[in-house]
Design a protein around this ligand. Structure first.
Ligand SMILES: [Zn+2]
Ligand SMILES: [Zn+2]
Length: 136
């Protein structure tokens, strides 16, 4: 999958940061982390590197509602569940049922090539906070 990738120093640094960040960071967060590790790149440089790596299939762009795109080094088929309180994102690695996909194709006539499913909920930390608030 990484065939034909032109690894510039910037692209490598951006990729390494995303790979070390399981929390699906935004471009701005990636920039902050690059800065913290001593890389001072312009926003456009970081953004272009992210776009390039996404096009090459090394990163996955995750869009949740209207908020800024997030980036994911986990390119295996998986779905996300996002906390509506704090924005935390968890991953659920399970293929969609095959009959579900073929039924989707059959009913719509589309050739389905991928999915970008996001579930919404309240994360365990926020649930614990709710429980604590009720006790207090
Ligand atoms: Zn993910
Ligand atoms: Zn939460």
């Amino acid at each position: 999958m990484s065939k034909g990738v032109n690894w510039t120093a910037q692209r490598r640094a951006v990729f390494d940061i995303v790979q070390a960040s399981p929390d699906h960071p935004t471009a701005n967060e990636i920039m902050e982390r690059l800065k913290a590790s001593g890389h001072r790149y312009a926003y456009a440089t970081v953004y272009n590197a992210l776009r390039y790596l996404t096009e090459k299939g090394l990163l996955r762009e995750v869009k949740i509602g209207e908020s800024a795109s997030r980036y994911d080094a986990n390119t295996h088929e998986h779905v996300h569940v996002v906390c509506d309180r704090c924005g935390a994102i968890a991953e659920f690695e399970r293929d969609l049922p095959g009959d579900w996909m073929s039924e989707l194709s059959r009913q719509t006539g589309y050739r389905v090539v991928g999915s970008d499913l996001v579930f919404h909920g309240i994360c365990p930390a926020c649930q614990a906070r709710d429980a604590g608030a009720e006790l207090g």
